[in-house]
Design a protein around this ligand. Structure first.
Ligand code: B12
Length: 210
């Protein structure tokens, strides 16, 4: 059944994909494994878009399928926790970028591990991030980027935070399909990944003081 998820997303078979996701979730399969198959489908859609075989309409439709799959999986990702927060995380997709599926996944996964999440959403000006950091004093700031021109905004945000003397108060993580270790170095971030689970592991490790 798993192989049909990515294939169904690429071929925009919404009902079929959602039905499979639901039946796998109902039998308590690992939601992360299911999401990973959805992500693979999105990558294939992106490749077709890049080749000119798919247009914006297909990107939008596949994004919608992914969102609905995420909606089905949400209750399986989130655990009810009453314990004290293990750390505060500020998330944002910066100005010029409206992709948010990956950021939302990271937010859900961190929340499930007991982190307090402040998600500023998409298209966020770096100046607003600075204000928010002053206000909530997060332990982690996470920027998600799916289009390369936004690397400049991440770098600008890092510099503004440094100039305001705030940069030592948190770890800066970046992620999203187009980021690489070179982007991390360019931006001046502490950590980079294209895998939300690796982001969660990083936060857990730092929160435990390891
Ligand atoms: C879906 C999609 C869209 C949807 C977005 C819907 C939404 N609500 O997000 C829509 C249709 C809106 C869209 C629009 C556009 N898109 Co688009 N889109 C995609 C697509 C197909 C999938 C992206 C996605 O959601 N993947 C699934 C998620 C789950 O993966 P992910 O984001 O990588 O996240 C994972 C990890 O990276 C990690 N993660 C993510 N963020 C973070 C952050 C932190 C801190 C951490 C720790 C981890 C982490 O967690 C996730 C799970 O592991 C990609 C193709 C691709 N290869 O990625 C193109 C792609 C990103 N889009 C692209 C483009 C060009 C555009 C447009 C400019 C098209 C246009 N001509 O208008 C516009 C952009 C408008 C804008 N200003 O932002 C290009 C970008 C090229 C580039 N290098 O800059 C891509 C790569 C397609 C391509 N191959 O050309 N798009």
């Amino acid at each position: 059944m798993y192989e049909k998820i990515a294939d169904g997303i690429v071929n925009l078979k919404k009902d079929e994909v959602l039905e499979i996701v639901k039946s796998l979730a109902d039998r308590n399969d690992d939601p992360i494994k299911i999401l990973e198959e959805c992500r693979k489908g999105m990558t294939l859609v992106g490749d077709l878009f890049q080749k000119g075989d798919y247009y914006l309409a297909e990107l939008m439709l596949s994004g919608e399928i992914f969102k609905q799959a995420m909606f089905i999986l949400e209750p399986h990702l989130a655990k009810d926790r009453d314990e004290e927060s293990v750390g505060t995380v500020l998330l944002a997709t910066l100005k010029g970028d409206i992709h948010d599926l990956g950021k939302n996944i990271l937010g859900h996964l961190l929340k499930a591990q007991g982190f307090e999440i402040h998600d500023m959403g998409i298209d966020v000006p770096p100046e607003l991030v600075v204000e928010k950091v002053k206000e909530i004093k997060p332990d982690f700031v996470g920027f998600s980027a799916l289009i390369t021109p936004v690397f400049e905004k991440m770098k600008a945000a890092e510099e503004m935070l440094k100039n305001e003397g705030l940069r030592d108060g948190f770890k800066l993580m970046i992620g999203g399909g187009v980021t690489t270790p070179a982007t991390r170095d360019y931006v001046g971030a502490d950590f980079q990944t294209i895998d939300a689970m690796a982001g969660v592991a990083y936060c857990m490790q730092i929160a435990k003081g390891e």
